[in-house]
Design a protein around this ligand. Sequence first.
Ligand code: GRF
Length: 203
Amino acid sequence: TRVAILISGRGSNMVSLIEAARAPDFPAEIVLVLSNRPDAAGLARAAEAGISARAVDHTAYPDRASFDAALDAELRAAGIELVCLAGFMRIFTPGFVEGWAGRMLNIHPSLLPLFKGTHTHERALEAGVRLHGCTVHYVVPELDAGPIVAQAAVPVRAGDDADSLAARVIVQEHRLYPAALALVASGRARLEGERVIFSGETA
Ligand code: GRF
């Protein structure tokens, strides 16, 4: 399975996917990294890992639809079959998302459906939850609302601030995303309508 990773920033989840995909038995190959920000640190990290990495600068396009069309053209030209969003901070047009339905994943730093959107660690602390974590889900037009492939939980500890909690969650993100990608790329998880079907699961 030919995979592209879309980033906007440092790309630590991207690195975890690239490293996992180096294993000979991993069912996916990372062939392309795209960033909407030319200054994203992750672009250099991808290039160092020998992956083709380019910026598609959203500020160079007049609107979301033309930016999405440019991304789509890059992905299709590279023969991409599955897209992984990893700290990609742009909202897509519904048309772009529909074009990749069942073939685009995102990682979100909360136990969805709690805390969609940004500042998830601050909001988890504010809400007083004792469990927090991360979620890999299929991307649908509504933000952070798609069917869930995998989750990992961490405890919230006394004295946590957003940084200490984020540090505990990101360790799990780096483990969870490669595992979820392997499930999807191997066909052991697939989207059927609005449900994720796991192989071996009957209903
Ligand atoms: C991660 O916490 C991811 O879940 C969130 O943004 C952060 C990106 O970090 N959406 P990185 O760029 O993968 O290091």
